[in-house]
Structure formats: C-alpha cells, structure tokens
Design a protein around this ligand. Structure first.
Ligand code: BDR
Ligand code: CA
Length: 315
C-alpha cells in the first residue's frame, strides 16, 4: 500500500512509525508533520531522526502547519511526550530527506500523481488534512482512504473530560475532515485506551541487541511515567500504533459503526468533543447522512504482541 503518514512525534507516533517501516506491505511514500505533541518543525526533525534510526532516511518528511486553523499552537504536551516530543532523546538526522513543499502541498501532489492509490494515516491534529482539502477539494476522490487516530465516541476524553487530544488540538480542522466525502475510519480512545504496552514489553525492547528497539525503549520510559497516573502502574496506551494496525489489517475491529459525526467547535467545555451518532436503531437508513465515518470501538485481541514483534524486527 502507498501511504502518507501525518504525525506529531510524539512517543506513540514513534512506535507507529517503526511499526509501519517494519511492515512488509507498507510503502511509506511521504511523512508530514503537524503541531500537536510538539511543534510541527520539531515533529519533522523527530520524524527524520526516527526514519534514519529505522534505516529509511530516504523517505521525505514535509513540515506541516505550525498553528491550528483558528488558534495558535498550544505549546504541546511536554508532560506526556517530553520537552522535544520524544522523551528528550536527541536523534541524528544526518542524511535524511526534507520535502520542498508543506505537508498539505506534498500530500496533494502525491495524491494527484497516484489517483486512487494513496492511503492516509493521520495520528496528530487534522490541520494538514484540512489545508489539503482547501488546496484540492476533490482530494477525497483522489485518495483511497483515510484512517485517523482521534476522538472518543462513548469514552471520556483524555485532554478535557469531553475531548481527545488530536481533535481538541484543532477542532475546526477535524470538523472539515469529518465532513468530507472520503472513506474515513476513526480509531478513538474507546479502542486505544485498552491497548497497552506493559513493563515486560518495555523490558523486551530495552534488552534487544538492535538499536531501533533500544531507542524506542528509551523513548517509552517517559511515556510509561506519564501513564503511571491514569493506569495506576507504569504502562503505555498504544493510541497511534493501534490506528496503524487497523490500517494494515493486523488489528481487526470487532465493534464498529458507520455513522455521522459532529465535532464541537464551540468555546465551551465540550470544545473538541466528537459526537458520533451511535443511535443506529433510530436511523434505519444511516446512508441518508453525508460525512460518515466508521468508528472502531473495540478490536479482537491485544495488539501489543504484534507491535512488539514488528518493532523487534527493525534493523
Ligand atoms: C493522541 O494524542 C497524542 O498525544 C498521541 O500521540 C495520540 O496521537 C492520543 O489522544
Ligand atoms: Ca500522535
């Protein structure tokens, strides 16, 4: 599959990127950065460093939007992802590849040159995708499909009681993406909060004699610290990796609904909330609605073993 990855690395973004590089069916054509866990410029440096670490410095990285559609960048999440977005670990970017255009421009160019082929995985705020829709309104018919890590259907939020971090980052962009007429899969907190790396997974990465796994283990230490609070023990929620697993088909949805969604773009306490219309029985003809997405609420089995195996295979 030909893939565009939009990301804000981000420790779980780093795991997702490693997983995608390790997967033999994935042809990662382009990576775009966006402000989220850190600013877009730092996220691009992190993505290039990670690609070099994973042996793919040839994959181009395009820097994306610094500010959100209607608000300035909020400063990131250093308490979750460290000061530089990847746990304070400095990666070598020597010999890596920077794309000339912005992430939105490069995505549009990639889609135009490969009509119907490109799959999009977005694991940060949706600013670049919204900007790409502005540049090319027919983008939904030019790409194959879109998978987004973001939102919460029935689960509580993780950045406010109502909102998930990626959607809360840029609700206006999320509303545009959810309204567009593409084949869209949402992988929300309902599914991702139940997929975790535990202490044994971290130890397996750190014990590897391969550098990619060792470095990912070092990054994860910060993430484990953060999740000791919400989970009551050192562990890590696999948000972005699970979305990557849904994309490849190695994680299988057992509970999913194709429904219309509204994003709260007000300034009240619900800002960034995703209101997915799960009242299937009230709407016998859900296809009457436009702007639908498939919401993955649960997956068949733990994704951590598959993820760990792929990360340990990186050379
Ligand atoms: C999402 O927010 C970010 O902190 C993570 O990288 C993930 O994409 C989870 O809500
Ligand atoms: Ca992310």
């Amino acid at each position: 599959m030909l893939l565009y990855l939009d990301c804000d690395p981000g420790i779980d973004d780093a795991l997702a990127l490693g997983y995608l590089i390790a997967h033999p069916d994935v042809d990662l054509a382009l990576v775009g950065s966006v402000s989220g866990n850190t600013d877009a410029a730092t996220a691009a440096v992190n993505a290039r460093g990670l690609l070099r670490l994973f042996g793919r410095p040839d994959i181009p990285v395009a820097t994306g939007a610094h500010d959100f559609l209607s608000r300035p960048f909020h400063g990131g999440a250093p308490h979750v992802h460290g000061d530089n977005g990847i746990g304070g670990v400095a990666l070598d970017t020597t010999g890596t590849t920077t794309a000339r255009g912005s992430a939105a421009e490069e995505l549009v160019a990639l889609a135009r040159s490969n009509p119907g082929q490109v799959r999009i995985l977005a694991i940060g705020p949706l600013t670049n995708l919204a900007l790409a829709l502005d540049l090319e309104p027919t983008l939904p018919s030019l790409v194959h499909d879109v998978v987004v890590m973001g939102g919460a259907a029935l689960a509580p939020g993780n950045i406010t009681p109502a909102a998930e971090a990626n959607i809360f980052g840029d609700p206006e962009a999320a509303a545009r993406v959810l309204d567009a007429a593409w084949d869209l899969t949402m992988v929300p907190l309902d599914a991702t909060m139940h997929q975790r790396f535990e202490a044994a997974d971290l130890e397996a990465l750190l014990a590897s004699d391969r550098r990619p796994a060792q470095v990912l283990g070092e990054l994860l230490a910060q993430y484990f610290d953060f999740y000791s609070g919400p989970f009551g023990r050192p562990s890590a929620a696999l948000h972005d990796p699970l979305a990557a697993g849904i994309l490849t088909g190695e994680a299988i949805a057992t509970r999913a609904f194709q429904v219309r969604t509204v994003v709260d773009t007000t300034d009240g306490p619900g800002r960034g909330q995703t209101i997915a219309d799960l009242r299937g029985s009230y709407h016998p003809d859900p296809k009457a609605y436009s702007g639908e997405a498939r919401w993955v609420l649960a997956v068949d089995e733990p994704f951590a073993p598959t993820l760990l195996e792929r990360l340990l295979s990186l050379d």
